[in-house]
Design a protein around this ligand. Structure first.
Ligand SMILES: Cc1cc2nc3c(=O)[nH]c(=O)nc-3n(C[C@H](O)[C@H](O)[C@H](O)COP(=O)(O)O)c2cc1C
Length: 245
């Protein structure tokens, strides 16, 4: 392993892999949509979400004047629609119409919600700050919905059972991804004092070492299969029926 220094401006790429959201907005009966990678929760109670939007985006003005926005979490099914929405500005015309994406009414706000997505959060603007060359809009969550094929309402987590129903992550440029699988950490909760005193413990160190060996073996087996041309063709990009409105 070689550690290599990178340009400070590229540090943001190390945060790649976060979910991409399509931000929909509405003002004076006009709607717009833009993909956005820079979002995060910033408060549980009240439920607040922050998004960073460059002032050059039409969406920036739509949010400023409309005082609301929705986050639509696209799946792989609308990967190209997502990219397209990020390559053209609403100043040039009706992007939602141009993208051919069907949409439906939100629960509370005026901005439309997009089909082909697996989760939707409606927000009213709670606050905003200028942060360097972007504007940070803090949204108060007014309503949230998720596709039951994508989100497990028992565990309160993304299910990750089917690639078609996973939220799209963004790595940078035109490169996207989806989460592979979920796995549980095996650290047991004890008193903070005990945990600090005992450290990670030998047992878990051994578990980690075993995992590393299994990972290497699986990787080697996959490479071998690829070399022999035995890997299955990827059919995960085939279209799936759109969720009910
Ligand atoms: C995957 C992806 C993520 C993006 N993330 C952001 C972001 O977090 N903030 C931002 O201001 N622009 C982001 N952009 C750029 C805007 O989506 C793009 O400039 C868009 O065309 C703006 O549209 P608008 O002028 O209609 O608002 C992203 C673009 C893509 C493709």
């Amino acid at each position: 392993m070689v550690r290599r220094r990178m340009e400070e401006v590229d540090a943001r790429r190390l945060l790649g892999g976060a979910p991409v959201a399509i931000v929909t907005t509405s003002w004076r009966n006009v709607a717009n949509a833009m993909p956005l990678a820079w979002s995060m929760p910033v408060s549980v109670d009240p439920p607040l979400i922050a998004i960073a939007v460059h002032p050059g985006r039409h969406s920036h003005d739509m949010i400023t004047f409309g005082e609301e926005f929705a986050l639509n979490f696209p799946s792989k099914v609308i990967l190209n629609h997502t990219q397209w929405l990020g390559m053209v500005s609403g100043l040039q015309g009706d992007k939602i119409e141009g993208s051919r994406l069907p949409y439906f009414r939100a629960k509370i706000i005026d901005a439309p919600l997009l089909e082909g997505c697996v989760g939707w959060i409606e927000c009213a603007v709670h606050d905003s700050y200028t942060t360097g060359d972007h504007k940070l809009f803090i949204g108060r969550v007014m309503a949230a919905q998720a596709d039951t094929d994508a989100f497990d309402f028992d565990t309160g987590l993304w299910s990750l059972a089917d690639d078609e129903y996973k939220p799209l992550s963004y790595l940078g440029g035109r490169t996207y991804s989806v989460l592979a699988a979920a796995f549980e950490a095996e650290v047991e909760q004890r008193s903070p004092e005990q945990m600090a005193e005992e450290g990670l413990g030998r047992e878990l160190e051994e578990v980690e070492a075993e995992r590393a060996i299994k990972r290497e073996e699986a990787e080697e087996a996959r490479h071998e299969q690829e070399r022999r041309g035995e890997t299955e063709p990827d059919t995960s990009a085939l279209p799936r029926p759109r969720p009910e409105q």
